[in-house]
Write a protein that binds this ligand. Structure first.
Ligand code: ZN
Ligand code: ZN
Length: 403
């Protein structure tokens, strides 16, 4: 049996860019190690989630790990909480939240002047237990925050307290079905208590004195309940680990019970420590049968519409991929993206992404360049949901179907 390393260059796929003489960043980049691996491996195109779907990074990573987002995606609220480094577990209910300013029962500013000084203290003050329920709030940038509730019989079929417009009162949380009535009651009681705590909090009295808007109202929206999701080990029968920088992705891996390696300088953006990630993936792969790596900067460059930067990120990442050459006897290494982020679109598109799988002793297909055009002459036409199955099979870990 071999061990598996799955490398996701976030938003890798692209379209022809004028600045690169109508080549894609991956086509224009000098990436001899990726080309070597492609020439010894199986190549093709991978559609994230399904053909033509414009997928988010969260849903796509779930699917790449073999968790159907249709069944397991918990919604924006839980991912906001994961992004702020909060731990969530199956059964928890999470919301996106804002510290807002209310006056005489009306929301005057949904963002409390985008003020953030002291919001961490406000979040701490409204992180409380009430009966069987525990409420945890974490502050993010500016007015943003997330709320996570743990307790029995929680339902996400509840509305927002956020009126989404100024000069309206904060809404009572409404239950959308019978099973959500208890949850709406618990939330309304909590929000009332939160209002009381925030009104008299020294951070807010200090803000008012300084002529600033107080964050005296916690507005919540986008309820999502964390589904009963099997851990990575329950699902596959072996342990997984990750070397990633993006906070929500670390949170997703923790939710799946994977080991999260803290790589020094792994920032989840441009200038991250790519070679540190690859080195730590290699050493993790001696202990863990599966390792996930994410390099985010390709997506950041795509959103910025900067093909020169995206090309540079690919070249920087490639320079440490030579380490895989010696490991091909004990590893199956896959390289792909979680979606395309074309520089001309500055957002995710539904274009397929090149994929290559490299190891000793597997078929190779004559493809010797890794990019959107050459990879397309390889045999793979797969979706993200197929990736784990192929990796299990090539690493001799797949169970036989039938006899
Ligand atoms: Zn992504
Ligand atoms: Zn993106």
């Amino acid at each position: 049996m071999k061990n598996i390393v799955l490398i996701i260059l976030d938003g890798l796929g692209d379209r022809p860019c004028q600045e690169l003489e109508n080549r894609t960043p991956l086509q224009a980049a000098y990436h001899p190690n990726m080309n070597y691996m492609a020439s010894k491996g199986i190549n093709g195109l991978m559609s994230p989630i399904s053909v033509g779907i414009r997928s988010g990074s969260d849903t796509s990573h779930m699917s790449l790990l073999g968790y159907d987002p249709e069944k397991y995606y918990p919604g924006r609220g839980p991912f906001e909480a994961l992004g702020l480094g909060m731990d969530i577990k199956p059964g928890d209910l999470a919301f996106r939240a804002n510290f807002a300013t209310s006056e005489n029962g009306l929301v005057k500013d949904r963002r409390a002047g985008r003020e953030f000084a002291g919001n961490d203290k406000l979040a701490e003050a409204v992180s409380i237990d009430m009966g069987d329920y525990s409420f945890r709030v974490r502050a993010g940038v500016e007015h943003r925050a997330a709320l996570v509730i743990s307790g029995p019989y929680l339902s996400d079929k509840v509305g927002d307290s956020d009126p989404h417009k100024e000069n309206l009162p904060a809404r009572e949380i409404e239950a959308m079905d019978q099973n959500a009535i208890k949850t709406s009651e618990v939330l309304n009681k909590y929000l009332k208590e939160a209002r009381r705590i925030l009104e008299n909090h020294p951070v807010n009295t200090g803000r008012v004195k300084a002529g600033k808007l107080p964050g005296n109202e916690l507005l919540i929206r986008s309820a999502g309940k964390v589904p009963d999701i099997p851990s990575f080990e329950e699902k596959y029968g072996f342990k997984g680990a990750c070397a990633v920088g993006i906070p929500w992705l670390k949170g997703l891996c923790r939710l799946l019970g994977m080991h999260v390696e803290e790589v020094e300088g792994a920032t989840g953006t441009v200038g991250s420590n790519y070679s540190g990630k690859i080195k730590s993936a290699l050493s993790l792969s001696e202990k863990y049968p599966f390792v996930l790596v994410n390099i985010k900067a390709t997506d950041v460059a795509g959103h910025d519409g900067n093909p020169i930067l995206k090309k540079q990120v690919i070249e920087d990442a490639d320079s440490s991929f030579n380490l895989f050459r010696q490991a091909s006897g004990r590893l199956v290494v896959a390289v792909t993206g979680d979606h395309s982020t074309p520089c001309t679109v500055k957002d995710h598109s539904g274009d397929p992404v090149p994929v290559m799988i490299f190891s000793d002793g597997i078929l190779h297909d004559g493809v010797s360049f890794f990019d959107e055009f050459h990879s397309a002459s390889g045999p793979l036409r797969i979706t993200s949901n197929d990736v784990m199955n192929i990796l299990l099979e090539l690493s001799d870990r797949a169970e036989k179907v039938g006899s």
